[in-house]
Design a protein around this ligand. Structure first.
Ligand SMILES: [Zn+2]
Length: 339
């Protein structure tokens, strides 16, 4: 490269989506275009404003993609580090209208702040060929690392989602109900766009191991789908199940608190539980004790780490490993290296 030639990097186009009527709220959208054709992959973080591993990971991914030669990238990668900026600056899951962005998709272009952001996000999903939505346990929960997807009725889409979830390389792969509405993945499902979501950490922190795992996982998926040169598959999956129960994957309704109060957990994330086992206890303001017991056996994948709990909020999520609508998938594929 001569001193006055252009640097050989993918073309980065930045677009700022500004909410109508607002000068403060924007959605920062970064497009990286490779020189050769290939799939269009969308990766989003910050759908919930108190989930930090995704935001840090996407910022790191942007730096990584900026340093790539454009000939190394086949297709387009679109990154949105923070979908829900109003919620992020509030330090909360939701923005000032109190709506959960993962419940109001596809949103309304003339609606409230969250509905408008959902509408913009839905447009981006519709423009993609593949989608990864990164999450965490937020302020109040810690969640075990997993890659999830909806059990899409189209077998081609479903198989692509299984492939992406496995390639991401987190320990748990979890396929769940295709019936859930209002989410980013609901929009992808309706548009026929293969999509996965990922979970890691939370508890109001930004775990560096989670950031690293997210960056590595996104790069692995990019290699798997042909955006980047191929690389050996990881073989890091230790549990892979698909659960077709109607509410599977709806984390916020699992094991609701029986009253407002102080929650003390008796089981930690990643531990096995039996049906009826005590998950924890809520003490109300009169110091009365309310036990919270497991609805079913399985693995505690989401633990409440924030003691103050409101009636109806989840006290933990148990992922069933067996059951009439639960299928176990092989954890290892022949070509995986088992590193
Ligand atoms: Zn989330």
């Amino acid at each position: 490269m001569t001193a006055d030639s252009e640097p050989d990097i993918p073309l980065l186009k930045r677009s700022l989506f500004r909410l109508p009527g607002s000068t403060a709220c924007v959605m920062n959208v970064l497009h990286f275009d490779g020189r050769r054709s290939g799939p269009r992959l969308l990766i989003t973080g910050g759908v919930h404003g108190d989930e930090f591993e995704p935001i840090a990971a996407i910022r790191t991914l942007a730096e990584h993609l900026t340093s790539l030669a454009e000939t190394d990238l086949c297709g387009r990668v679109t990154l949105v580090p923070i979908v829900n900026e109003p919620a992020f600056f509030k330090g909360c899951r939701c923005a000032e209208d109190g709506l959960d962005l993962a419940r109001v998709c596809p949103g309304k272009s003339d609606g409230s702040v969250t509905e408008r952001l959902a509408a913009r996000l839905s447009d981006l999903i519709g423009d993609a060929d593949l989608y990864i939505d990164l999450h965490s346990g937020g302020t109040e929960y810690r969640i075990q690392p997993l890659a999830g997807y909806m059990l899409h009725p189209d077998p081609v889409v479903l198989e692509r989602q299984r492939q992406m979830a496995r390639a991401f390389g987190l320990p748990i792969v979890w396929g769940t109900s295709a019936e859930l509405q209002g989410r980013s993945l609901s929009v992808a499902r309706d548009a026929g766009v293969p999509a996965i979501y990922c979970e890691y950490g939370g508890s109001a922190c930004c775990d560096p191991a989670g950031v690293h795992a997210y960056v590595d996982g996104c790069l692995r998926v990019m290699a798997e789908v042909g955006l980047l040169p191929p690389r050996p598959r990881s073989g890091r999956v230790s549990v892979a199940v698909e659960d077709a129960s109607p509410e599977s994957g709806h984390l916020q309704v699992s094991h609701p608190a029986p009253t407002d109060g102080f929650f003390t957990a008796t089981v930690r994330g990643g531990e096995s539980v039996e049906a009826g086992q005590l998950l924890g206890t809520v003490h109300d303001r009169s110091l009365r004790k309310f036990p919270v017991t497991a609805d079913h056996a399985g693995l505690l994948i989401m633990e409440r780490t924030f003691p103050r709990v409101r009636q109806g909020a989840s006290c933990g999520v148990v992922m069933p490993l067996h059951g009439p609508q639960v299928n176990s998938l092989p954890v290892r594929q022949p070509e995986e290296s088992g590193e």
